[in-house]
Design a binder for this molecule. Structure first.
Ligand code: PLP
Length: 367
């Protein structure tokens, strides 16, 4: 039996919601999409939500909506490659900057990387912890930059008692199976800007503008990045449980924090009290003397049924991005030390104890 680092949590309510929609007249483009968007907007405290068939599609559209083609966007190399792949897709040049101890983009490094052709900051709430929103907003104001937040890890998280989604020009969420809530595959843009929202809705569905009866008009290329009604009904049902999921992951994270306190092998993330994490990931960061054993440690954990993963290989290390890119020291060190251990809503206390015990036992071999 493997305890995965993360997994979906689907119950009978979710299944029944999906079945009900499957049995209804509309399985796509009915009213469930609209309902899901309205409920999510209410939950997040934002004016508008547009849902998509993935966060990758949502990122693609967010980049298209803003006048960014030919410009530079400052971003983090510690993310899933979709964050920047969709920049390349839209002729935006990603500029990778340094990270802080928590794996989030460093505001100092953002400032150091701004040039005349920089038009946007694209951050990621690594592991489910909000970036330093106040400082990023200050920088955006000072240099007149757009702020796009890839919050694929942090739906339901908070910064200073406000839900993530309320701060950036556009905030992107993912509903992939392993993310805080799931629609199997899916994503969203949250925004308070009506123009961005209308653009998102248009581009999501072929850019077709309905006229009278059968007539319609096209002024630009559009896509089919729609989320189905069936998927939206799953999203609606999952959304009701989001706070419960976060609470369960929070308890596991608290247990780990206490268990691992002052150990000699690794550190854990220090989350300030004004940030409510979704605990999408629980990273441990090995001390330097263990870096050369990481592969062995990783394999030993898998062998014991502990589903670990590493987040992330710095994006600039991929062939697609390698040209002209030098390594960034803190990012490299973060990558060398990071292992994500199981933390999800389907784990019980015994699972967490087993994981924590096993990790310490394995690492004691390297004393
Ligand atoms: C998962 C993820 C994505 C992509 O999400 P999809 O819904 O699978 O397209 C993008 N960015 C980050 C940071 C992610 O973790």
């Amino acid at each position: 039996m493997m305890i995965p680092y993360s997994t979906q949590c689907i119950d009978d309510d979710d299944i029944n919601a999906v079945i009900a929609t499957l049995k209804s007249d509309f399985i796509t483009q009915g009213e469930m999409v609209d309902k899901f968007e309205k409920e999510l907007a209410k939950y997040l405290g934002v004016k508008f939500v547009a849902v998509f068939n993935s966060a990758t599609s949502a990122l693609n559209i967010a980049y298209k909506i803003l006048p960014l083609s030919g410009s530079r966007a400052i971003t983090t190399p510690l993310s899933f490659c979709a964050t920047t792949n969709m920049m390349l897709e839209n002729n935006i040049n990603p500029i990778f900057c340094d990270c802080d101890d928590n794996g989030n983009i460093s505001p100092e490094s953002i400032k150091a990387n701004i040039t005349n052709d920089t038009k946007a900051i694209v951050s990621v709430d690594f592991a489910g912890n909000s970036v330093d929103v106040d400082r990023i907003l200050d920088i955006c104001k000072e240099y007149n930059l757009y702020f796009i937040s890839d919050s694929s890890h942090s739906c339901g998280g908070e910064y200073k008692n406000k839900k993530i989604g309320q701060f950036a020009d556009m905030t992107i969420f993912s509903f992939h199976a392993l993310k805080p809530i799931t629609t199997i595959e899916g994503g969203a843009i949250a925004t308070n800007n009506e123009i961005f929202y209308n653009q998102a809705i248009l581009l999501r569905s072929h850019s077709i503008i309905k006229k009278r009866l059968w007539n319609s008009e096209l002024d630009s290329i559009g896509y089919n990045f729609r989320l189905s009604d069936v998927a939206s009904s799953l999203g609606l049902s999952q959304l009701k449980k989001l706070d419960f999921f976060i609470n369960k992951r929070h308890k596991i994270a608290l247990f780990y924090d206490t268990f691992f306190k002052d150990n000699r092998h690794f550190r854990t993330l220090n989350i300030p009290s004004y940030i409510k994490s979704t605990h999408h990931l629980y990273p441990i960061l090995l001390n330097q003397h263990l870096w050369c054993y990481k592969e062995e440690i990783f394999n030993s954990l898998l062998h014991l049924g502990i589903g670990v993963q590493v987040h992330y290989k710095p994006i600039y290390q991929y062939n697609l991005y390698k040209k002209n890119h030098s390594i960034i020291e803190n990012v490299e060190n973060f990558y060398k030390s990071e292992i994500s251990i199981p933390c999800h809503q389907k784990m019980n206390e015994e699972d967490a104890e087993y994981v924590a015990d096993s990790i310490i036992k394995i690492l004691q071999r390297y004393n």
